[in-house]
Design a protein around this ligand. Structure first.
Ligand code: F6P
Length: 336
C-alpha cells in the first residue's frame, strides 16, 4: 500500500499541550538531531515545546524558553547540543528537584523529554517519582551503555572518530615499528573499544568488563613482532584500571619494544553526526513525543532490531547491556 503524503496526526489521549526537552550529562553527536525531532514532531502534532538550557542545572534555575521549528533549522548536522548540557550536583538534592518541578508546573509543561545517559535518567526518574511529572528518556551518550536499546545516539559517530585516529596512528606506528596503545572513551563499558578494535585491526583490546592479565598481552605483542608485524595496535577503554598509560608502560617494560600511548579523550564527543546517529535520533525523538501523548511516563525510548521499544527508566541502569563477545573473538582471530 502506498503511504499518504502527509502522515496522520497522532492521537493525544493524555491531552498534552506543552512539553519540555533538555540534553543532560555528556554531550553526544546527534543530540541536536534529537532535539530537532522532538520540536518538529511536537509542531506537527500541534504541541508547544520549551527548551531547557543546561540540563537539570538550568531546570532548577528556571532556564526554559519556548522553541519552534525554525529554532532548530540547520542543526541536524551539528555536533554538541544547542540547548547546552551539564552534570548537576544540585539536582541530587530534594530542594533542587522541587524547584525544577515548580518551574515546569509554572510554565504549564505536561511532560519532559530528557536526552542523555543513565545519570540523567536517574534525575528524570526522581522528578517523576517525587513530583508526578511525566518523563521520557531518549538515549544520548557515546558510551552505548544503556540497557533497552541496541545503540545510543552519538555512539556511531564516536566510533568513526576514534577509528579515524587509530588509522592515522597506525601509519606512524608502522613506519617506526612501534607499539601504539590507544585509549578510547567508555567509563564503564567497552562497546566503543570493541568496535574500534575490530574495525581498526587491533592486536589486543582491554575493556572494563574483562580482567585480562597483562602478561598474556606482553606475550601476544612479542609474538606479533616475531611473526613479522611492523607495528601493533592495542585498544584500551578508559575504564580499565591503569588506563592506556599503565598498560603502555607495562608493555614497554615487558617487551622492551618502543611503545607510545595516545589518549583520544573528548575529541570522540565532537563532530558532525554520521547518518546512523541522525536517523536514530530522528526516530527516537519522534517516538518520545508520541509516548508523552499516549500517556507513557518513566520510560526510555530505544530501538531494538528495527523496532522502537519502551523500557522502564530504572531498568536502563539496573540491567546490564553486555558487550558483543563475538566481536572480541573476531578481533582475536583476525589478529593472527
Ligand atoms: O558521556 C560519556 C563520557 O564521554 C564517558 O565516556 C567519559 O568517561 C565521560 O563522559 C567524560 O565526562 P566529562 O565530560 O565529565 O569529562
Amino acid at each position: 500500500m502506498i503511504e499518504p503524503n502527509t502522515p496522520a496526526r497522532h492521537p493525544n489521549p493524555a491531552g498534552v499541550q506543552r512539553i519540555a526537552v533538555m540534553t543532560s550529562g555528556g554531550d553526544a553527536p546527534g543530540m541536536n538531531a534529537a532535539i530537532r525531532a522532538v520540536v518538529r514532531t511536537a509542531a506537527f502534532e500541534g504541541l508547544e515545546v520549551m527548551g531547557v538550557r543546561r540540563g537539570f542545572s538550568g531546570l532548577h534555575r528556571g532556564e526554559l524558553k519556548l522553541i519552534g521549528p525554525r529554532d532548530v533549522a540547520n542543526t541536524i548536522q551539528r555536533g554538541g547540543t544547542i540547548l547546552l548540557t551539564a552534570r548537576s550536583a544540585t539536582w541530587r538534592t530534594e530542594e533542587g528537584r522541587a524547584r525544577g518541578a515548580q518551574h515546569l508546573r509554572d510554565n504549564g509543561v505536561g511532560g519532559l523529554i530528557v536526552i542523555g545517559g543513565d545519570g540523567s535518567f536517574h534525575g528524570a526518574h526522581l522528578l517523576e517519582q517525587e513530583h508526578g511529572i511525566p518523563v521520557i528518556g531518549v538515549p544520548g551518550t557515546i558510551d552505548n551503555d544503556l540497557y533497552g536499546t541496541d545503540h545510543t545516539i552519538g555512539y556511531f559517530t564516536a566510533v568513526e572518530t576514534a577509528l579515524d585516529a587509530v588509522d592515522k596512528l597506525r601509519d606512524t606506528g608502522a613506519s617506526h615499528e612501534r607499539i601504539f596503545v590507544i585509549e578510547v572513551m567508555g567509563r564503564h563499558a567497552g562497546h566503543i573499544a570493541l568496535d574500534v578494535a575490530v574495525a581498526g585491526g587491533a592486536e589486543e583490546v582491554f575493556i572494563p568488563e574483562d580482567d585480562k592479565p597483562i602478561e598474556d598481552v606482553i606475550e601476544i605483542v612479542k609474538a606479533s613482532v616475531q611473526k613479522g608485524k611492523t607495528g601493533s595496535i592495542v585498544i584500551v577503554a578508559e575504564g580499565v584500571p591503569g588506563g592506556a598509560q599503565g598498560i603502555g608502560d607495562a608493555i614497554q617494560a615487558g617487551t622492551g619494544l618502543e611503545t607510545r600511548v595516545s589518549i583520544l579523550g573528548h575529541i570522540q564527543r565532537g563532530g558532525t553526526p554520521v547518518s546512523s546517529d541522525r536517523i536514530l535520533a530522528s526516530r527516537l525523538g519522534e517516538a518520545a513525543v508520541h509516548a508523552l501523548m499516549d500517556g507513557v511516563s518513566g520510560a526510555m525510548i530505544g530501538r531494538r532490531g528495527g523496532d522502537i521499544i519502551h523500557t522502564p527508566l530504572h531498568e536502563t541502569w539496573e540491567k546490564r547491556k553486555d558487550v558483543n563477545r563475538d566481536l572480541y573473538r573476531c578481533a582475536k582471530r583476525l589478529s593472527v
